[in-house]
Design a protein around this ligand. Structure first.
Ligand SMILES: [Zn+2]
Length: 475
């Protein structure tokens, strides 16, 4: 499937992180240590050095901001309503008393395919009574019939088998915490992790596709589609990319802090700046919010990247047939013009309207198979043919916005494989989609120019610098 799409491997420059001061210590971590540093069996180092060497990866971690040796935690007075409870707990767990049978029992794990929480807990020796109690107390908070593979749980019971806490995580962001309260019942809290960003820069060279180049650097596929969207007005990534094209992306990686204080990568966040320099030209975009919460992408000169038409109706595909005055038809075996561009892509790939307008046609149309036509201002109509199906609820006369999904790639009608035939007509005559007018977007209002320029300079400076590191977020 991948080779069909042309999502091949690419040469890598590397991924760069470490643009804000607090990142710099971390940036060196993945490159600093390698197996090659370990002593070889032929020339063993004295045994004393072996242990520190093995511990080295830990030593390169940034020093925690908290004091490294806090006072014994059980003696700490916490000035909250929970103080009484904490002290009671402290009494039970006085270090001197800690013995095997008094220590809390922990049952934890991750749901696999076909697993149920009940079965996993039972297998770990948790009594039916406790399992029932958890199910009962979680009613109204979480329905375990919705449990899915990947969900994590952690049950802590005291020596008497009473629940001290039950933690159930359904996503990197959302978890439920069940704890006993003073009046003998339980409290369930839904925790939504706060995500915090860290600026990251990745840069690379394309050999076959931008998608492949980005994911091969260890970045999430989401980043690849996001950057495609940023440049969707300038670059058709199915058609205009060439081996050797270069890209740089400055973006936010979003993290949460887990129960043990570890930083967990959740997903890529916003792209702050990006550059694509290729055979088709060089494009740079910078994210800017003239007003808080109302941001967009701008070119370095301050004009918005948005144009009337997107370059293509799919994010990624492979152009199998260009607009041509003459083409030998693959099925009819006759020579006739091809008035569109064919983008081959897997069945089900979303197809979107390249510009805002209204639905002019939605239905079967002979050789076109399932066809959608969208009417745009100035006499333009766009065609999207051979669709496997239409977007849910799509109806005639309905207004659609630019990039709204109108259907999905298929192979209906006269077609040799899954693709979308994209055509453009102006005043009833087909025109070459590549020759659509592309007027510049409107410039930023004068009042925002100053702050835009300052922001642009900061972001572009970060885009062009950085330290080599791996992103490792594509799981
Ligand atoms: Zn076609």
């Amino acid at each position: 499937m991948l080779s069909v799409l042309g999502l091949g491997v690419c040469a890598l420059l590397g991924v760069m992180v470490g643009l804000s001061p607090f990142d710099s210590s971390r940036a060196a971590k993945p490159v600093a240590i390698g197996p090659s540093d370990a002593p070889t069996p032929e020339a063993p180092l004295p045994p004393v050095s072996a242990a520190p060497l093995a511990a080295e990866p830990v030593a390169t971690d940034p020093i925690p901001e908290a004091p490294p040796a806090p006072a014994p935690i059980l003696e700490a007075k916490v000035e909250t309503e929970a103080t009484a409870e904490s002290e009671a707990k402290a009494e039970r767990e006085t270090p001197a008393d800690v013995s095997q049978e008094d220590s809390p029992r922990v049952a934890e794990g991750v749901l696999g395919k076909g697993d149920t929480l009940v079965r996993l807990l039972s297998a770990q020796g948790v009594s039916v009574r406790v399992v029932d109690q958890i199910a009962r107390e979680m009613i109204g908070h979480y329905d375990f019939r919705n449990s899915q593979p990947g969900h994590r749980y952690r049950l802590v019971q005291n020596a008497e088998g009473e629940i001290e806490s039950f933690h159930y995580r359904i996503s990197p962001i959302i978890a439920y915490e069940l704890t006993p309260n003073p009046d003998g019942g339980f409290t369930v809290v839904r925790n939504e992790a706060e995500l915090w960003p860290r600026q990251t820069m990745i840069a690379g060279v394309v050999t076959t596709s931008l998608y492949g180049a980005i994911t091969n650097l260890g970045a999430a596929p989401q980043l690849a589609s996001d950057v495609t969207d940023v440049f969707a007005y300038d670059v058709d990534f199915s058609r205009m990319i060439r081996a050797g094209d270069e890209f740089r992306i400055l973006y936010e990686r979003l993290f949460r802090t887990d129960e043990d204080g570890n930083e967990i990568f959740v997903r890529p966040g916003r792209i702050l700046a990006a550059r694509y320099a290729g055979a088709s030209g060089e494009y740079t975009a910078v994210y800017f919010e003239p007003q808080e919460g109302r941001g967009g992408y701008y070119r370095p000169d301050g004009s918005t990247v948005q144009r009337e038409f997107l370059m293509a109706p799919v994010r990624y595909g492979r152009v199998t047939s260009h607009y041509a005055a003459k083409r030998r038809h693959p099925i009819l075996k006759i020579t006739r013009p091809h008035h569109g561009i064919d983008y081959a892509a897997p069945t089900g790939t979303p197809v979107f309207a390249v510009a805002g307008g209204e639905i002019l046609y939605r239905g079967w149309a002979g050789g076109f198979g399932n066809l959608v036509k969208v009417r745009h201002p100035d006499g333009y109509v766009t065609y999207y043919a051979h669709l496997s199906r239409f977007a849910d609820g799509l109806r005639l006369g309905q207004p659609v916005s630019q990039k709204q999904v109108i259907g999905y790639v298929g192979s209906t009608g006269l077609s040799t494989g899954p693709h979308v035939c994209f055509r453009v007509a102006k005043n009833g005559k087909y025109v070459n989609p590549l020759q659509l007018p592309t007027p510049e977007g409107p410039p930023l209002p004068e009042e925002f120019k100053r702050s835009f320029q300052a922001r642009r300079d900061t972001l572009l400076a970060s885009l062009d610098s950085g330290t080599l590191v791996a992103a490792d977020e594509a799981l």
